[in-house]
Design a protein around this ligand. Structure first.
Ligand SMILES: NC(=O)C1=CN([C@@H]2O[C@H](COP(=O)(O)OP(=O)(O)OC[C@H]3O[C@@H](n4cnc5c(N)ncnc54)[C@H](O)[C@@H]3O)[C@@H](O)[C@H]2O)C=CC1
Ligand SMILES: CC(C)CCC[C@@H](C)[C@H]1CC[C@H]2C3=C(CC[C@]12C)[C@@]1(C)CCC(=O)C[C@@H]1CC3
Length: 333
């Protein structure tokens, strides 16, 4: 079975490629940029929104894993819409034309998150009716079109990871370290007792490969979404503190009330919006990140265990240790 990994030069995508190769699968990669070179992989550069770019990469492919996205913390509505929604429709159309039968989408557990607590969330929860950012808005649209495309001769499934971390992560660890280096990681938002899923990247990879292998005629995974987590919810601030202390930064010790910080983020957001015609600012401190830092958001992966035999293969502590080791270049000097 030859795989095409769309977004295969990104954080998750490259880990998926590595694991597919080590399990002996032939792999094509499609991405808009190139981040590595490996003689075993055919790399196709192009924009997933363009049929003429994508079609050559699909030749001889039996399963597509689509994990491309514009950076989740950017705020570009038009780009998110074009890539996550229109581009995904293009991928589906191209797969059908090329005779590819299986498609795994990397969705996100955030498609049901609206800023309030989610404890042990299940896949039957409704999509967020008021998504907190354009990223989430378009991840919902994307998941809908992929699951609706499931049919008797084109099998689709959506994997919903949450808070992915690991070596080469471009979002969570670097943003946390940058915030600490700027002296802005002194306070916890809320009482510090909100439980959250952080998922080690190789567990997310394992979930994707199981999902791809489970697709097929009559399979119960066809047309469904599955949470993939580490199954070890942890206090948000304990997780961040482990990363910070592991990289020799101080962990935040004092608390600020959640509601106060949330309103500050709303006001900041309003200024960012008003200034947009003059200056495009992309703050880390947004209503979405404040909510992620101060509420419970953890999900059940029971359905993936039952339907595809999923189990996390790396514990949270081992994942954290490996991640810290891999980011030693960001350690406090
Ligand atoms: N990082 C996280 O915590 C979570 C990520 N996800 C999802 O996981 C997937 C992978 O995310 P990451 O690896 O973290 O992101 P990433 O930014 O490291 O990788 C995304 C890749 O997509 C490529 N790409 C973007 N636009 C493209 C286009 N028009 N044509 C071709 N390639 C394009 C980028 O060049 C990049 O290599 C995404 O679908 C994201 O929504 C879901 C839950 C949590
Ligand atoms: C400044 C601090 C309050 C927060 C610093 C850490 C954050 C950068 C990260 C903590 C949780 C992360 C997260 C995502 C991105 C990075 C964080 C906000 C996602 C939004 C990435 C894309 C998804 O699909 C969901 C993720 C949820 C958790």
């Amino acid at each position: 079975m030859r795989f095409l990994v769309i977004g295969g030069c990104g954080f998750l995508g490259r880990h998926i490629v590595d694991e597919l190769l080590s399990r002996g699968f032939p792999v094509n990669v499609f991405d808009i940029r190139s981040t590595f070179d490996d003689g075993r992989v055919k790399i196709f550069l192009g924009d997933l929104c363009k049929k003429e770019d994508l079609m050559p990469a699909l030749e001889g492919v039996s399963a597509v894993i689509h994990c491309a996205t514009p950076p989740p913390l950017s705020n570009n509505r038009a780009l998110f819409h074009k890539v996550n929604h229109d581009g995904t429709l293009n991928i589906i159309a191209c797969c059908k034309e090329a005779g590819v039968k299986r498609m795994v989408l990397t969705s996100s557990a955030s498609v049901v998150y609206e800023g309030s607590d989610i404890k042990n969330g299940v896949e039957t929860m409704p999509y967020a009716s008021k998504p907190m950012d354009y990223y989430t808005e378009t991840k919902i649209l994307q998941e809908k079109v992929v699951l609706q495309a499931n049919s008797d001769d084109f099998y689709t499934v959506a994997v919903r990871p949450h808070g992915i971390f690991g070596p080469r992560d471009p979002h969570l660890v670097p943003t946390t370290v940058r915030t600490a280096q700027a002296g802005k990681m002194k306070f916890m938002i809320g009482n510090g007792e909100n439980l959250v899923d952080f998922t080690f990247v190789r567990n997310v990879v394992h979930g994707h490969i199981l999902a791809a292998e489970s697709l097929g005629p009559g399979s119960k995974v066809n047309g469904k979404a599955y949470h993939i987590t580490n199954d070890e919810p942890i206090y948000f601030w304990t997780f961040l503190s482990k990363i910070l202390v592991g990289l020799k930064y101080d962990a935040p010790k004092r608390h600020l009330p959640f509601t106060f910080i949330y309103f500050l983020a709303l006001i900041l957001n309003l200024f960012v919006f008003l200034l947009k015609p003059i200056k495009d600012i992309k703050p880390t401190f947004t209503p979405m990140t404040v909510c992620l830092a101060g509420t419970h958001h953890y999900y059940s992966s029971e359905a993936a265990k039952k339907d595809m035999g999923y189990r996390p293969i790396v514990s949270l502590d081992d994942g954290i240790e490996e991640t810290i080791r891999s980011f030693s270049h960001l350690s406090k000097k």
